[in-house]
Design a binder for this molecule. Structure first.
Ligand SMILES: [Zn+2]
Length: 249
């Protein structure tokens, strides 16, 4: 499941504009989740819920239920933002922790695998040539939604949904680059699937060595990800005796 949320900022009282230290008794209203958008990978249907459309309780319950159906959740910086934000909402709605699933945070992938000028979703999407975020009027849009303005909510919904579409396209491009992608072989129950994309055209390309063992090295002809055999190959001499390389201390 691909997921993105939008949140309202904290409303606080401040005495100045620069370099403020805000105490908790200056918080007028803490930030909260405005809406979320989600879709199942490769499905056409976009799902959306907002405080405006469904109310907080129903909006939070719906994403909680969807998370229970997901094997893996794809997001952008969701490990630090979307998931903890939703957890807080679950806790406030007196729900128990959501069903655990694998997390695929594409922000982590971009940071770890590339050295882009910016790791923002908008920049990464444009670099990959898969589109860009919807432009919006910034803070005014958020103020409008917090005030219940219908036209601003309309924009927010389109913005949120576009982020998920972008997320899906970026995910498709990044599949072979995602470290430790949840293994498709587990879900497909097959021993010949690409761990990253689930494709079955794996070409044997040499060996992968660990300190003591050697494995078949495999290359996915669908997405380009690399994998290795699960079981090490025996290393034998001509007389059939097993070679056991020394391991450095
Ligand atoms: Zn693949």
């Amino acid at each position: 499941m691909l997921l993105d949320i939008e949140t309202a900022p904290h409303r606080v009282y401040v005495w100045g504009l620069y370099d403020q230290n805000v105490a908790i008794n200056q918080i007028e209203e803490p930030g909260y989740t405005l809406c979320w958008s989600a879709k199942w990978y490769k499905s056409k249907k976009m799902m959306f819920s907002s405080t405006k459309q469904d109310g907080v309780k129903a909006m939070i319950q719906r994403i909680y239920d969807l998370m229970a159906e997901a094997d893996a959740i794809v997001h952008y910086n969701g490990n630090k933002f979307d998931i903890p934000t939703l957890n807080q909402e679950f806790m406030q709605q007196k729900l128990t922790p959501p069903t655990p699933s694998a997390q695929i945070d594409l922000y982590q992938t971009a940071k770890r695998r590339f050295r882009l000028a910016s790791n923002k979703l908008d920049f990464v999407a444009q670099t990959l040539g898969v589109g860009k975020k919807l432009p919006h009027k910034g803070m005014e849009l958020w103020r409008g939604c917090m005030a219940g303005n219908a036209s601003d909510w309309n924009t927010m919904e389109r913005y949120n949904k576009q982020d998920v579409r972008l997320l899906e396209r970026v995910y498709t491009k990044l599949i072979p680059w995602i470290p430790s992608h949840p293994n498709h072989g587990n879900y497909l129950n097959r021993g010949d699937s690409c761990p990253n994309c689930g494709g079955h055209k794996m070409r044997s390309e040499g060996l992968r060595y660990t300190q003591q063992r050697q494995y078949r090295r495999l290359h996915c002809m669908n997405c380009g990800a690399w994998a290795r055999g699960a079981i090490s190959e025996k290393r034998t001499r001509k007389d059939g005796s097993i070679i056991r390389p020394l391991v450095p201390l």
